[in-house]
Design a protein around this ligand. Structure first.
Ligand code: CA2
Length: 145
């Protein structure tokens, strides 16, 4: 049976491709998920992709991933910079965690420079556009091999 990887996207990432293309690109979240799912198939992984605008929903999904998913790739969106609850949930998850940001958060406002999630993540990708999700999935395949 193929190993499951959960891809979580946080608040406002449902707007990908619809607003601010100069920062986040022109692909929709559905486009991105389709590309990541296709790569997951090639890598022999089973992708579960979820997006929510709600912190508690993200916490619930991270808790549900315990025992069902081998690894988590997460773009926590703005919750990266605020959420101890998401960090605590990830700390209760046993497998590898990779953090993705489409934009280079270090080139942006100072309040985006710190992410609570980064202290839990095996690796962080920022500023590679939506290609970052594909790079993270390749790294996840290596970590789970
Ligand atoms: O660069 C990233 O991936 C971010 O996680 C995106 C978050 C931002 O708060 C983080 O600092 C960095 C915002 C996601 C908003 O996504 C939108 C996409 C299209 C249009 C409007 C918002």
């Amino acid at each position: 049976m193929s190993k499951r990887v959960t891809l979580l996207n946080g608040p406002n990432l449902n707007l990908l491709g619809l607003r601010q293309p100069e920062i986040y690109g022109r692909e929709t979240l559905a486009d991105v998920v389709a590309k990541v799912a296709a790569l997951a198939g090639e890598l022999g992984l089973d992708l579960q992709a979820l997006q929510s605008n709600h912190e508690g929903q993200l916490v619930d999904w991270i808790q549900e991933a315990r025992g069902t998913s081998a690894g988590i790739i997460i773009n926590p969106g703005a919750y990266s910079h605020t959420s101890v609850a998401i960090l605590d949930a990830l700390n209760a998850f046993d497998g590898p965690v990779l953090e993705v940001h489409i934009s280079n958060i270090h080139k942006r406002e100072a309040f985006r420079h710190h992410s609570f999630v980064s202290s839990r993540a095996e690796g962080v990708i920022a500023g590679f556009g939506t290609e970052g999700y594909l790079l993270a999935l390749r790294r996840m395949a290596t970590l789970l091999a």
